[in-house]
Design a protein around this ligand. Structure first.
Ligand code: GLV
Length: 295
């Protein structure tokens, strides 16, 4: 008889779940909010996704819950202080997705700099009438000043990758003064955000900071949507106060405002930072290992 019960909200990696979770614990799949509430009352652990809101109310059903494992590196979807109060441990999946997210940040930088949105849409509409010397002139990334906001695991790897293609890389850390931030942003050709989301990072990139950017600057966000003031970003993109943006996350995800998606100088992706087989397998192993260790 298996001793512990683990509730999962999604079959996040069927193969890893089958080989590394199911042999050791009883797994209950909560396919709806109703299921979740029902299963939680007898669960020792819950494995959630970044899209699951694990708030006070949800946690209140987990009378014997010992651990919440988040299939993500970010855990802004979980009420951490409520977990502390209830003595529930929280584990996440750091490291395994850093490379994948860093690579996507560069992909977005290339795509935004080379105007993929416009080029792609022309081709898909069958409107490509042949090569032209002035068509969709973009920017090379070589020798550009890259400013990375956040020097955690993902920020560090992203910096290494930008350096490898010949960029000058600087980081903005939490120790920076407003004046240092201002001067770094003023000199930036690319600003890429790699912060965790919490109260203090809400709208970190606000209209004031966006004003420091030059007209050829590119903003990349693969972290969390609400760290960038989306309305302010739309404004500077629309007014061509900056060159472009590459976004993988949105302020009110999964909603993408029409005002944003109608802009040509923005590349939009549906939260794909960790969407590689290597990262997702690593995340599955990491969250399962973390949860089983607590149990
Ligand atoms: C995904 O966004 C994550 O935090 O892992």
């Amino acid at each position: 008889m298996k001793k512990h019960t683990v509730v999962i909200t999604e079959n996040f990696h069927p193969q890893v779940i089958k080989q590394q979770l199911k042999p050791f614990v009883k797994v209950l799949h909560a396919k709806s909010q109703r299921d979740l509430v029902k299963h939680l009352s007898k669960a020792d652990a819950l494995i959630s996704l970044v899209t699951d809101k694990i708030d006070k109310k949800v946690l209140s059903y987990g009378n014997q819950l010992k651990v919440v494992g988040n299939f993500a590196v970010g855990f802004d979807n979980i009420d951490i202080s409520e977990c502390h109060k209830r003595k529930i441990k929280v584990v996440n999946t750091p490291d395994v997705l850093s490379r994948s997210t860093a690579e996507l940040s560069l992909a977005l930088a290339f795509a935004a700099a080379r105007r993929f949105t416009e080029g792609e849409s022309l081709c898909r509409k069958q409107q490509f009438k042949g090569w032209h010397p002035q068509m969709f002139i973009g920017q090379e990334l070589y020798k550009k000043n890259v400013v990375l906001v956040g020097k955690g695991r993902i920020g560090v790897i992203t910096g290494k990758l930008f350096k490898a293609i010949g960029c000058q890389v600087k980081w903005i850390t939490s120790k920076e003064t407003p004046n240092q931030i201002k001067s770094k942003l003023k000199a930036a050709d690319i600003v890429s955000v790699h912060l965790p989301y919490h109260q203090k990072t809400h709208h970190w990139l606000n209209s004031q900071k966006l004003k420091y950017l030059s007209s050829n600057a590119i903003v990349i966000n693969t972290s969390r949507g609400p760290i960038v003031d989306e309305t302010a970003l739309i404004h500077v993109l629309k007014q061509r106060k900056i060159f472009a943006a590459g976004l993988d996350v949105y302020e009110h995800e999964p909603k993408i405002p029409k005002k944003l998606s109608s802009l040509k100088n923005v590349v939009l992706l549906p939260h794909l930072g960790s969407a590689t087989e290597t990262a997702r397998k690593g995340m599955a192993e990491s969250v399962i290992h973390g949860v089983l260790k607590v149990l």
